[in-house]
Design a protein around this ligand. Structure first.
Ligand code: PEP
Ligand code: CO
Length: 466
C-alpha cells in the first residue's frame, strides 16, 4: 500500500453511544487510508455540524427501491449500467455537462434494453463523486513539494502548498453542488426525457466506418420506431414509466462527508447514507480493520466493492461477509477491475468461492481501472480495445462458470473529450491533447460510450440471450 494509514481528526461522538456500538463516526478511531488530516479539527467539526443539519439529498425510499432492483439483477433479471466521471469538479457543475451525461446514459440504456430485452438500472457516478484516492500523498511542482490533489471535496487542483491543504468548507460546497446537480437531473428526467430520446439526438455518423454500422443503424431505427409507437398509443407513457430512474453514486472516500449525511429515518431500522443512493468501497481502502470498511458495514445503502489487484481471495470473502453478514440480496455489487492481463487468472476461483459462500451479489465489470497506462509523453490513457477485451473475457468466464454478469461500471462522459484511445473514430495518442479535460482518469467520450453499449449488448446476448 503506497499511502500509509493515518489517524483521523477525532470528532465528537454522543456520550450515549457505547464503545463497541456502530455509529456514523465509529470509524473515526480506526486507521484510515487516503484521507489526509485536516489542519484544524475545530474547523472540521464545525463544517461537519453544519452538514449534519442540512436536509438530505435523497430519501431512504429511493435507496430501498434501488436495492430491490439490484436484488432482481443479482437474480439474473436486469442489468446495471453504472457510469460517469472519474471525478466531478465544482467547476463542472454546469447545465450542458449534466444534460450530456443524462443523454448518454439514457441512450446507452435504450441500446441495452432493446438488445437484451431486460430492465436496465441506471446509476450515475454523479452528484457526489468529488473525492479521489491517489497513489502518492505528495507531488513536486516546479521544485515545490505539496500534497497531491485529492478531488474538489478535499483540496484544490491549483498547484500551491496552501491550496492543496484539506479544507473542510469544501464538504459544504460539495453538498451544494450535488444538490444542484441532482435537482437538475430530476427535472430533466421528468420533463426533458422526451427530448433526450428523439431521433435527431442520436449522433451515429462517427460509426459509419465501423464493421457493425449497419447493425447499429438498424437498431437505432428500431428503437425510434418503438418510442414513436409508444408515444402514439400512450402519450405520457415515457414520463410516467421513466420518472427519475437515474440513481446517484460515489466512492465513500471522505468519510466525514458521508457520515455527516448518514441518518436514521422514522419507522425504519438502521442508518442510511442520504448523500447518494449507492456508495462504493475503493480498491485502495478495503483493509478489513480499516475505517472505510467499519463505516460501510453499518449503512443500509447498496454498496459497491471494487475488487482488483492486489487480490487475496480469503480477505475478499471476509470483506463481503463483514459488509453483508445477513446475505441480503441487492446489497452488494462486486465491481471487478482486474485488468485485461489478470482477469483470467483471478476470476474463475473468485466466482466459485462467492457462489460457494452463498452471497447473492450483483457482479459488475469495471474494465477501466485495471487498464490505465501513460503514453510516452506522460498522458494517462486507456485503450478502447483493452476495455472491451476485459469485458469480453469477464463475460466468457461468468458464462463458463454458470454465473451471471449483471453490470458494467464505466468512466464516461457525454462530452466530446479525447482521453481514451481507439474506438470507431480511431483516436490515436497524438489526438489525446485535442480535448483532454479530466483531472483524474481518462473517460470514454460520447461516441465511445455508445459503441461500448452496443458491444456490451452483443456480449450479453452471446452469453445469456435466447
Ligand atoms: C475509481 O472508481 O475512480 C477508482 C479510483 O477505482 P478503484 O478504487 O477501483 O481504483
Ligand atoms: Co477513476
Amino acid at each position: 500500500m503506497s499511502s500509509d494509514s493515518k489517524t483521523a481528526n477525532i470528532l465528537n461522538i454522543p456520550s450515549s453511544v457505547k464503545s463497541n456500538e456502530w455509529h456514523p463516526l465509529s470509524w473515526n478511531s480506526k486507521p484510515v487510508q487516503q484521507l489526509p488530516p485536516y489542519p484544524s479539527t475545530d474547523d472540521l467539526q464545525s463544517a461537519y455540524n453544519q452538514l449534519k443539519g442540512l436536509p438530505p439529498l435523497i430519501t431512504s425510499w429511493e435507496i430501498d427501491a434501488l436495492k430491490n432492483k439490484l436484488a432482481d439483477v443479482s437474480d439474473g433479471k436486469g442489468f446495471l449500467l453504472q457510469g460517469g466521471d472519474c471525478a466531478e469538479t465544482f467547476e463542472g457543475c454546469k447545465a450542458p455537462k449534466i444534460v450530456n451525461m443524462l443523454k448518454v446514459m439514457l441512450q446507452m440504456s435504450f441500446i441495452l434494453v432493446h438488445e437484451m430485452g431486460t430492465p436496465v438500472v441506471r446509476v450515475g457516478r454523479i452528484a457526489g463523486q468529488f473525492a479521489k484516492p491517489r497513489s502518492k500523498d505528495f507531488e513536486e511542482v516546479d521544485g515545490v513539494k505539496m500534497m497531491n490533489y485529492r478531488g474538489d471535496l478535499i483540496n484544490s487542483y491549483e498547484p500551491n502548498v496552501e491550496a492543496r491543504l484539506p479544507d473542510p468548507a469544501r464538504m459544504l460546497e460539495a453538498y451544494n453542488k450535488s444538490g444542484l446537480t441532482l435537482n437538475f437531473l430530476r427535472a430533466l428526467s421528468d420533463e426533458g426525457f422526451a427530448d433526450l430520446q428523439h431521433p435527431e439526438q442520436w449522433e451515429l455518423d462517427f460509426m459509419k466506418n465501423n464493421e457493425y454500422y449497419k447493425d447499429y443503424e438498424a437498431m437505432v431505427n428500431s428503437i425510434n420506431k418503438s418510442i414513436n409507437f409508444m408515444e402514439t398509443i400512450t402519450p405520457n407513457a415515457f414520463n410516467t414509466l421513466h420518472k427519475v430512474d437515474v440513481y446517484t453514486s460515489h466512492e465513500a472516500l471522505n468519510l466525514y462527508y458521508d457520515s455527516a449525511q448518514t441518518r436514521q429515518v422514522p419507522r425504519k431500522p438502521g442508518w442510511f447514507n442520504l448523500s447518494g443512493h449507492m456508495v462504493w468501497l475503493g480498491n485502495r481502502t478495503k483493509q478489513l480493520e480499516g475505517a472505510h470498511v467499519e463505516y460501510l458495514k453499518g449503512i443500509q445503502n447498496p454498496i459497491g466493492i471494487k475488487v482488483g489487484p492486489p487480490f487475496d481471495l480469503d480477505d475478499t470473502l471476509r470483506l463481503i461477509e463483514k459488509i453483508n453478514p445477513t446475505h441480503e440480496a441487492g446489497k452488494i455489487v462486486l465491481i471487478t477491475r482486474m485488468g485485461v492481463e489478470d482477469v483470467e487468472r483471478i476470476m474463475p476461483d473468485f466466482i466459485r468461492a462467492v457462489k460457494k459462500e452463498g452471497h447473492p451479489v450483483v457482479w459488475s465489470c469495471d474494465p477501466m481501472h485495471g487498464n490505465t497506462f501513460s503514453t510516452k509523453s506522460s498522458v494517462k490513457t486507456r485503450r478502447f480495445d483493452d476495455i472491451i477485451q476485459e469485458i469480453r473475457t469477464t463475460f466468457a468466464i461468468h458464462r463458463a462458470e454458470g454465473s451471471y454478469l449483471g453490470g458494467v461500471h464505466l468512466e464516461m462522459t457525454g462530452d466530446n473529450v479525447t482521453e481514451c484511445v481507439g474506438g470507431a473514430n480511431g483516436l490515436n495518442e497524438d489526438g489525446l491533447n485535442t480535448n483532454y479535460e479530466t483531472y483524474c482518469d481518462p473517460r470514454l467520450n460520447y461516441e465511445q460510450s455508445l459503441e461500448m453499449a452496443f458491444l456490451v449488448a452483443k456480449e450479453w446476448n452471446e452469453s445469456y440471450g435466447k
